[in-house]
Design a protein around this ligand. Structure first.
Ligand code: CUA
Length: 340
């Protein structure tokens, strides 16, 4: 019982603390709520209902226990002229023993049934019909999203159509991460050498925030999730944009050359230029609005700061500083800015 209460309290604290963490960093994500009590998908709604039930039952138990405690303290407090010595001792009262065995069993049984029912409704074994299939891969410390059927690869910002179920295949490239966008669905771990699935169906357009929910190293706290639900036509347009080859702008030639001469291309994919997979795909980098898995807004200044030394924005990050001089930095940023 205490465990159940504790897990609800912890879930609520996590949901508020991750929001706090977001706010304390460079303003990067839109100021939208990630409150699990404001669901916008069916599975998140089921989870909220179960949470209210657990919270309600635990609150009632807490009230009863506290009431009896306060009553006992007042009723049996030491008074002047009270009889000395121990009060009468009661052992083996059958009715009391039965009551405090049966009542908790019934409560736990009810919570178990409600939990099993919710799990059956939330965790599907097969993708819902017509679902958009996306592979999500957790990396230290960013997210890779692969839309296999559409031939699109992006990072950190999952774009989905409103009203269509999304079936996520969850994989990990290194350690255990956990995909959790509270308004869309519950947590599911991404485990190395193991395949998990989760799904959600965003009912309203909007940006939904989340946070990696399994400690995964130095930048666990900087591993934000961002899901953008767009109207189906806008989603289709986004897919078309993402399928375009990377832009080639002559003015960015020097930066492009640097990109291929330095270590960049070993880790980052730019379709037509490089095919690295250790780091996020940069083919359409500038179609995204944040950098470093949500630690900062993506613009010329943060991009320059990032390339100069990624640990400026994300201490412990696996990308090294390439120690570029000012001119090289400008050229590199100039090139990356063309990757729309
Ligand atoms: Cu990834 Cu915590």
């Amino acid at each position: 019982m205490r465990l159940a209460l504790l897990s609800v309290i912890v879930a609520m604290m996590c949901s508020s603390s991750s929001q706090g963490a977001t706010d304390s960093l460079v303003v990067c994500l839109p100021d939208t709520t990630n409150n699990m009590f404001e669901p916008v998908s069916q599975s998140a709604r089921e989870i909220r209902e179960l949470s209210w039930l657990v919270l309600g039952i635990c609150a009632a138990i807490g009230l009863v226990v506290e009431a009896v405690l306060v009553w006992s303290i007042l009723r049996f407090r030491a008074r002047p002229h009270a009889a000395k010595g121990e009060p009468s001792q009661v052992y083996g009262s059958n009715s009391v023993e039965i009551a405090w065995t049966v009542v908790p069993c019934v409560i736990v049984f009810v919570l178990t049934l409600a939990t099993v029912r919710t799990i059956r409704e939330v965790e599907l074994t097969e993708p819902p019909s017509g679902a958009l299939m996306v592979i999500a891969i957790g990396h230290q410390w960013w997210w890779e999203y692969r839309y296999e059927a559409e031939g699109v690869v992006t990072a950190n910002e999952l774009v989905v159509p409103v009203g269509r179920p999304v079936w996520l295949t969850l994989l990990s490239a290194d350690v255990i991460h956990s995909w959790w966008v509270p308004r869309l669905t519950g947590k599911t771990d991404l485990v190395p050498n193991w395949t998990n699935h989760t799904w959600f169906n965003a009912e309203q357009a909007g940006i939904y925030k989340g946070q990696c929910a399994e400690y995964c190293g130095t930048q666990h706290g900087g591993m934000f999730l961002r899901v953008e639900a767009r109207a189906p036509a806008e989603f289709a347009a986004w897919i078309e944009e993402q399928k375009q080859p990377a832009s080639v702008v002559m003015a960015a030639e020097q930066g492009h050359q640097l990109f291929t001469e330095l270590a960049c291309m070993n880790c980052h994919e730019v379709v037509g230029t490089s095919d690295g997979t250790f780091g996020p795909s940069l083919t359409h980098l500038m179609s995204r609005s944040t950098i470093g898995s949500g630690v900062a807004p993506l613009d010329r200044d943060t991009l320059r700061l990032w390339i100069a030394d990624p640990s400026n924005l994300k201490p412990g990050c696996n990308m090294p500083s390439l120690k570029l001089n000012d001119e090289e930095l400008d050229a590199m940023v100039g090139y990356l800015l063309t990757l729309r």
